[in-house]
Design a binder for this molecule. Structure first.
Ligand code: HEM
Length: 214
């Protein structure tokens, strides 16, 4: 690979790692502050929908924090048992917080278009992660990597959502319109970008190769 592409890839990876860890950490602000203060627009869920709310905001940051470590080649090769345990924790966190996120989607105060955006994201998040786990169990590691990259691109929606939301607030855009758009914008470009990367990098070629060649 050309050195400039390699260095751009490294910079993007470390940028994504730092932002994922920062968003995961900041998400726990509800522990000292309480949901009413830290995330007032979600407080209506405390009445009758508290379990999905806490399951989502308490567990999803674990998936986000674990995600970058799963793509560190040296860690994966040097500590394979750790990779497997962190992978199990990542998938379990997504199972819990994805189901809870799906439930929360239908209680969003931003309206039905935003609800549909979050609900689609939840279904795809659960499905891509499940597919990645299935390929790991079957020891189809090239396919495992492809599906976990797809899963990670959706996990990263937690970061992109906050970048777009911050931008919308800074530019003083109408909040309810911006939030409706962002419910889709936070994940559709991520999913497209990873598909382009998989095609350009030749990663999808393994699909047409026999299993033994993976
Ligand atoms: C990728 C699938 C995800 C789905 C479908 C999803 C869905 C949702 C929904 C529907 C809400 C409530 C929004 C509203 O009522 O308007 C929410 C809020 C929240 N989500 Fe997620 N989410 C996902 C991923 C994540 C991840 C990976 C994190 C990790 C940090 C996360 C952390 C949070 C937090 C902390 C909130 C509270 C609001 C805030 O801090 O901005 N979510 N999510």
């Amino acid at each position: 690979m050309h050195p400039s592409i390699l260095s751009a890839r490294r910079t993007a990876f470390w940028g994504a790692t730092v932002s994922a860890l920062a968003v995961a950490l900041i998400s726990y602000r509800f522990l000292p502050l309480g949901v009413e203060v830290a995330m007032d627009f979600l407080a209506h869920n405390l009445d009758g929908n508290a379990i999905p709310l806490y399951a989502h905001i308490g567990v999803a940051p674990i998936a986000l924090a674990l995600m970058p470590f799963q793509f560190m080649g040296r860690l994966r090769a040097g500590r394979p048992a750790l990779h497997r345990w962190m992978g199990r924790a990542y998938a379990a966190a997504i199972l819990v917080s994805g189901l809870a996120g799906f439930q929360l989607a239908f209680h969003s105060t931003a309206g039905s278009v935003a609800s549909a955006g979050f609900a689609c994201l939840a279904v795809l998040w659960l499905a891509t992660t499940a597919q990645g786990v299935i390929y790991a169990v079957r020891r189809r590691f090239a396919l495992h990597r492809i599906w976990m990259l797809r899963s990670a691109s959706l996990t990263f929606a937690a970061v992109t959502l906050r970048i777009y939301l911050g931008t919308a607030l800074a530019l003083d855009w109408d909040f309810s319109i911006a939030y409706t758009v962002i419910a889709w914008l936070c994940w559709v470009p991520n999913a497209l970008a990873i598909e382009i990367y998989l095609r350009v990098s030749g990663a999808l070629d393994c699909i047409s190769r026999p299993v033994a060649a993976e």
